[in-house]
Design a protein around this ligand. Sequence first.
Ligand SMILES: [Zn+2]
Length: 293
Amino acid sequence: MTLVDGQWNGPILDNHFHLDRVGRYLDAAADFQRVGGTDLVLVHKPDFDNLPNSVEEIRQAYENTVAMAKQVRLECDLRVRVVLGPHPAAWVHQCASLGVEESNDLHLQAVELAIEFCEENLAVGVGEIGRPHWDVGDEVFNRADEVLIEMLSMCKKANVPVQLHLDANGEKTNREIAKICDHVGFPRFGAIHHHAEANISKKFTHGLTSSVVVGRDSIKDISDSIWQNEGGFLMETDYMDDPRRPGAVLGPKTVPRRTQTLATSLIGRGLDAEAVLRAVHIDLPEALYGEYE
Ligand SMILES: [Zn+2]
């Protein structure tokens, strides 16, 4: 039994977590572990002050993320999966600094390299890729979708899931991305919507896998919409480990804490909390990323 007296004692996975050697780094991972966290999905964090301009520089940046994951596994007694990829915000910046063609090329090469890391079992997915989250105008926005289509085709061929960084236009965003997935033949299930809203009903998510950012009100919204969910959901903090913006996102202890709140909420509604939490923290991550090796 992993649920005893309303308390979840099983694995707890944060599906979108960044670490930075100049941030709290190992201390942040240790905080997560101390309150019951067991599994991190460490997502590559681009250095926006010093973006890579060549494949070789991208490789070095990826290797740094892989090395951090290794150190966290050793020193914090955590299972750490790695997701690597070029950030859509970096693509926008580099369209301005390098030109559109070169930025496109560089970012497609970054996906190709991330896929290579997946094939070597150093990573389990590609991300975060997708769309800029601020208003960039229709032209840039449409161009971002064209690049995304190419990236998804590559990931489809390689059979790897993606973590998507998207604009925050609710159901409209999900509907458009689901359409893009269908167009490419990329399974909607493998399109993991990072920083997703807590409405997990299928008519809102359109079958994308929601990685819900678990702010204070999220538990009620998850519980309200779980009846209409299909395919499950994940929980994340989007922890950024940015010393310049310490409180900008949720702290590293949030997913373990909200997991307990969710257990209480589901039990209160007469739902099978154990089945839901098993899916969130064990079965769905394994279905998407494979068993932890
Ligand atoms: Zn992120």
